[in-house]
Design a protein around this ligand. Structure first.
Ligand SMILES: NC(=O)c1ccc[n+]([C@@H]2O[C@H](COP(=O)([O-])OP(=O)(O)OC[C@H]3O[C@@H](n4cnc5c(N)ncnc54)[C@H](OP(=O)(O)O)[C@@H]3O)[C@@H](O)[C@H]2O)c1
Length: 265
């Protein structure tokens, strides 16, 4: 019997990268998993992969930067599985161009904050309401920040601000709802092999394969463990934070970065 047997776990951005690895890991541990993302094809692929391994899952097509979609996502979760025990608010996208702080347009700023910060708050709002209302009440929330939210990031101020904001949301909610049985923590990833990081490498290297290899090598050299992480390694941290083994952990920002930021802390 898996350690999340009979639990209900929601993973936003569950169709790719860290979210997908976490959805699969929850399902392997017996959770009934709700995978949420905008794109139907990758969402259904993840759903089918879980079902092919005898797991139980539901795919909900939702844009988590839209309040109506988030409300629908929680309603569909509860209709299908009756409650919500673990919520991994992980969806994000890096759409804006790399630009200096003064060069972003107001639209780019608003879009980045909507996709990467407001979305997490919208999810937390609905999840907390559900966790307080259900019987028995309570649950665990993990929000994905980034090492980019710990320090400044030249050419990505909006993304960095959103990821720093997630830490504020996480710690505030952890304090507010601790007595009501809801733990709230943040995953703070370093570099992980996912489509998002691939896209960053592509943009930084201008699509030149040699330049890309140099960029990747330079990146790996900054990491104490000497390599970029596998999404499954981030997933294991999320599962631990959601598990009873972490029953005394709330308001925590768990850095999982292969030691990348250790010299700066
Ligand atoms: N990979 C890294 O090195 C790294 C480092 C630090 C932090 N992170 C953070 O880790 C999280 C996962 O990143 P990843 O690298 O796994 O990215 P990824 O492979 O690009 O996956 C992102 C997922 O989020 C979904 N998504 C994006 N915007 C959404 C929206 N508005 N509504 C619903 N779903 C949305 C995507 O599906 P659709 O596009 O179909 O919606 C996809 O399933 C993100 O919060 C990211 O900022 C990643």
């Amino acid at each position: 019997m898996g350690q999340f047997q009979d639990s209900v776990a929601l993973v936003t951005g569950g169709s790719s990268g860290i979210g997908r690895a976490t959805a699969l890991a929850f399902a392997r541990e017996g959770a009934r998993v709700v995978v949420a993302a905008r794109g139907l094809e990758r969402g259904n692929d993840t759903l089918h992969e879980i079902q092919a391994a005898a797991g139980t899952a539901l795919f909900v097509q939702a844009d988590v930067s839209r309040a109506g979609d988030v409300q629908k996502m929680i309603q569909e979760t509860v209709t299908a599985f009756g409650r919500l025990d673990c919520a991994f608010n992980n969806a994000a996208s890096l759409e804006e161009p790399f630009a200096l702080t003064a060069d972003f347009t107001e639209e780019q700023f608003d879009r980045s904050i909507a996709l990467n910060l407001k979305s997490v708050w919208l999810c937390m709002q609905q999840e907390i309401r559900q966790m307080l209302a259900q019987n028995p009440p309570g649950g665990v929330i993990v929000n994905t920040s980034s090492v980019n939210g710990l320090g400044g990031v030249p050419q990505a101020a909006c993304y960095a601000a959103a990821k720093a904001g997630i830490l504020g949301l996480t710690k505030s909610a952890a304090l507010e709802y601790a007595q009501q049985g809801i733990r709230v923590n943040a995953l703070v990833p370093g570099g992980f092999h996912t489509p998002m990081l691939d896209n960053v490498f592509e943009r930084v290297s201008g699509g030149d394969p040699d330049a890309r290899q140099t960029v990747v090598k330079r990146y790996e050299a900054m990491v104490a463990l000497g390599r970029i992480g596998r999404p499954e390694e981030a997933a294991q941290a999320v599962l631990w934070l959601c598990s009873p083994a972490a029953s005394y952990v709330t308001g925590h920002s768990m850095i999982v970065d292969g030691g990348w930021t250790a010299p700066m802390r």
